[in-house]
Each structure stands twice: as C-alpha cells, then as structure tokens.
Design a protein around this ligand. Structure first.
Ligand code: HEM
Length: 483
C-alpha cells in the first residue's frame, strides 16, 4: 500500500493560503461592489458601490456631476445604488419615486446634513427635524413668507434695489454674484428682523454671519486655526447678539416685525426657547442668501446670452414702468403678478441652473420601493437636476426656452424648491426679489459681461465663472421711488 505523506512543503502551504486569501478578497470585493454584503439576498437597486471605503466619491467629484448621474441612469435605470463620502446611497431620478421619498412616505426618510453645517446653523433649526417639532416650526416660517405676509415688503425690497443700482452703475466692474449676495442678504434681514434693525446692528450681524459662512463646507475639526473653529467662534458671538436682541424685544414687549416677531409672539406650550429661535433665524438667513443670489446671477447671464428674450422682458417691464410713472408710484405686488414673460424666464432659469442638483435623506427603517430594498441608514438622493434635464419631461432639455412654461410642467417634474414636507417656504419671496430687481434693471440699464462669459464654478452652488463680472450702463431715466 502506498502511503502519501501529508507533510507538504512550506512554500506550497503559503501559496495555498495566499490563493485562499486572494479568492476571499475578490469574492468580498464583488459582493461589496454589488452591495450584497449586509443584505443577504434581498434585492438592492442595481449599480456599483465602487471601491471599498472611497466608493464612487472620486468619480463623482472629478467629473461633471451631470455626466456622473446620467451615465449611471442610462446604465442602471432611474433608481441606482452607489457609495459616496463613506455612505452607501440610492440615487433616484424617477419623479414617482422622488414623490414617495419627499411627499407620501416622507416620514420614512429623515433629512441629513454634514455635521459642520448642523453645528454652525444650530441643531434646532427646521432643516434637521421631522415630526411635530418640524411641522410646528414649518407652519410658523411658512406663515411669515406667504404672499399675504410678504406683500407688505414690496416697497422695502424696491428700496434696497434702488439704493444698490446707482452703486453698481458707478462701479468699474460689478461681480454679479457678490453683489446679489449683498442684495439677498439685505432682503433676508428685513424678512427676518422686520424694520427694527439699526445700520450698525445690521453690519455687526453681517460680519459675524460671513465668518460663519466660511465654515459651512469645512471639515468639523475643532482645532485652533481651522476654518471650522473660527466659524464656531463667530457662531457663539452671533448667538450672544441674538440672545440680547431677543431679551430686549421680550422685555419691551415690542416684538417687531418679520419672522423674529412671529416667533417671539408665541404663547404657552407653543413658545420657543431663545436658542430654538436663534437657530431658526440663522437657518433662514442661510437658506435665503446664497440660493437666491446664485439664481439671480444665472438670470443675468441667460438674459445677456439671449438678447431676443431680454427684449421681450424689457418690453413687458416698460409697460409696467409707464403705468407706474403715470400714477407716480413704485412697483406693487399686483404689478409682479402680471409679468408672464419675465416669470417664464425665471422658471426656465430655475430649471436650467438647478442650483440644488439633489438633496439628501436617510432611510429611518428598511423601505421597499418598486421591488427594491433601501436598507435602514442608507442615504437617498432625489436627483432634481437629472429630472429637470430629462427629455421625457422637458424636450430639448439643454435649450434655454422659457416658452416651455406656457404650459405647466407635469406634476413632480419641476422641483427647484423641492417637494413635500421640507419644500422651500421662501419660494415666493425669492421670486418676488428677482422680479423687482429685473423690473428696474431691464428698464433703466443694460449690462455687458466683462471677460470670459462661459464656464461654471462651484461655491457651493454652480454659478457662472468668476461670479459673472459685468459692467452696467444706464439706458434711460432711472426713477427712484422709495429710495
Ligand atoms: C431661488 C432661491 C431658493 C431656492 C432655489 C431654494 C431651494 C430650496 C429647496 C430645494 C429646499 C428643499 C431642500 C430639501 O428638500 O432638502 C429648500 C428648503 C428651504 N428653504 Fe429655500 N430656496 C430658495 C430661497 C429661499 C428663501 C428666500 C428662503 C427664506 C425664507 C428659504 C428658506 C428655506 C427653508 C427654511 C428651507 C427648509 C424647509 C424645511 O426643512 O422644512 N429658501 N429651499
């Protein structure tokens, strides 16, 4: 009988174990990429999880995000998985599924934001909550920005425009984004504080707010010298100022106007603490500021690039200006409701610029949608921009064509202000700001772009390169009602 010795040479054994390790690694890698590691055989959406830990983060941030999303949509369909910034996620570009996430089943998907943003704005701000606290706050904020509430601000907003225009006219070059930030900041301040702010109070708050802004997109590293640390320091100082202002208004029982007046007027069980009020005041300024400024910058760019549309807007605004001059008055709320051409240009700008390309939610439990599992803790990204650029809903989507809004878009396909529980309460104010500015700008001035007119930069929203430097020229008598 032949006996085979089991004593294999050392190098054979190590090669065998090396091979086993390699097979295990390849197998785990394949399972990772397909996202089945933790979810047994339950069916996850198609897609790739990329490389372990980094996932597909590099692909997303080193190419045009539109190409990233559309390439995957073509390959996997309107619901696909990925792995971004250390988180497994599901990206969605189907209006029906986005509606489930944001509207009908919104309680199953909580909003999520980067830690630095939550700490700098304040954890009690409306964005970060769900349930009764969120609905209570949302109703209050919404009530302060309904058409009936902002109608009375038209003359104040016009006053801000009429003060800014001569400054822009006399400047050698105007950085549109920077100047529109100033404009939207001033509008946000009167909406939040009413008319009760002294100029030095306003400047002090502005300075602190700008320091905070610099930390929004930083890593939450609490070390001396980091942008986050500096921003947190400014946040504490701002809190202190707001607390004093709140204390004074409570003591004098003169709550003032604006959102602060509404929040201070609450009684009994509805009453909010000082820090809840401060977090929401800062939150609304944050939400109102860069968003509106970025969209206005695109408006000026698209009107500049499409002279026939600029002429159409001008013609519409001239008619209103004539009516105003005849009755010797400034612009009114009713005027802004009768600007169909300008409103369509605004809607097309919101669609094509899609400054909020997507938003983030997190599944609070395992959720099944259209036969696919979204595991608890996974991020869910409704892709607004991809839907806005779908030829199924917007034919020839790359073309700037405001006339497409002569017909209302299909439900849940046009979401520049989001949808459902967390949709934007400031949409009417943002549109009002743009219409008032366009009225005076197009009837009294023309503008040329200085330097390179094309290209995009991100900061954090997509905006025209270098913030669109322009030169303003007066073309007709500039009436200063309300200035
Ligand atoms: C053109 C300008 C604006 C755009 C494009 C915009 C867009 C949006 C979007 C898409 C959302 C929903 C985010 C999500 O679902 O995660 C949102 C939420 C919000 N926006 Fe706006 N917004 C603009 C201006 C404003 C203004 C002027 C205000 C001031 C009142 C404001 C206040 C808010 C607040 C407080 C929320 C959070 C609502 C919640 O979480 O319930 N926004 N905005």
């Amino acid at each position: 009988m032949c006996v085979v010795s089991l004593k294999l040479p050392h190098f054979v054994l190590s090669q065998f174990f090396g091979f086993l390790l390699l097979v295990t690694f390849v197998f785990s890698f394949i399972r990772w990429r397909h996202g089945v590691a933790k979810n047994g055989n339950r069916r996850l959406p198609p897609g790739s999880m990329g490389w372990p830990y980094i996932g597909e983060t590099l692909s997303l941030y080193t190419q045009n995000p539109n190409s990233f999303f559309s390439r995957r949509q073509r390959r996997y369909g309107k619901m696909f998985k990925s792995h971004i910034l250390g988180c497994p996620c599901v990206m969605i570009s189907s209006p029906e599924v986005v509606k489930i996430v944001l509207v009908t089943q919104s309680h199953l998907f909580k909003p999520t934001y980067p830690t630095s943003k939550e700490m700098l704005i304040g954890p009690q701000a409306v964005f970060f909550h769900q349930g009764p606290y969120h609905s209570h706050l949302k109703k209050l904020i919404q009530s302060s920005f309904l058409p009936s509430a902002i109608k009375g601000s038209v003359y104040k907003i016009e006053g801000i425009v009429l003060n800014l225009l001569p400054i822009w006219e006399n400047a050698h070059t105007v950085n549109t984004l920077d100047e529109m930030k100033k404009y939207s900041y001033e509008v946000a301040m009167i909406s939040v504080f009413g008319n009760k702010l002294e100029a030095d109070e306003m400047d002090g708050l502005k300075h602190l707010y700008h320091c905070i802004e610099k930390g929004y997109n930083s890593m939450p590293l609490d070390f001396p010298g980091t942008p986050f640390k500096k921003a947190m320091k400014a946040r504490k100082l701002l809190n202190e100022r707001l607390r004093k202002m709140i204390e004074k208004r409570r003591e004098t029982e003169d709550h003032g106007g604006g959102l602060l007046g509404v929040l201070l007027g609450l009684k009994g069980k509805d009453q909010l603490s000082d820090s809840q009020i401060a977090d929401n005041i800062i939150g609304v300024i944050f939400a109102a500021h860069d968003t509106t400024a970025s969209v206005i910058t695109w408006l000026l760019k698209y009107l500049h690039d499409h002279p026939h549309l600029l002429d159409a807007v001008k013609m519409e605004q001239e008619v209103i200006k004539c009516r105003r001059l005849e009755s010797n008055r400034g612009i009114t709320w009713d005027d802004t409701r009768h600007m169909p051409v300008t409103t369509q240009v605004l809607q097309e700008t919101l669609r094509i610029a899609s400054i909020l390309s997507f938003t983030f939610r997190e599944a609070v439990e395992d959720v099944e949608i259209e036969g696919y599992l979204i595991p608890r803790g996974w991020k869910v990204l409704p892709l607004f921009r991809t839907i806005h650029y779908s030829s199924d809903f917007f034919p020839d989507p790359g073309k700037f064509d405001p006339s497409r809004f002569e017909v209302a878009p299909r439900a849940n396909t046009f979401m520049p202000f989001g949808n459902g529980a967390h949709s934007c309460p400031g949409s009417e104010l943002a549109k009002l700001e743009m219409l008032i500015l366009l009225h005076h700008l197009t009837t009294s001035f023309k503008w040329e772009v200085v330097g390179e007119a094309d290209g995009i930069q991100y900061g954090p929203f997509p905006v025209p390169k270098q913030g669109l430097p322009i030169k303003l020229h007066r073309i007709s008598e500039f009436d200063a009602f309300g200035a």
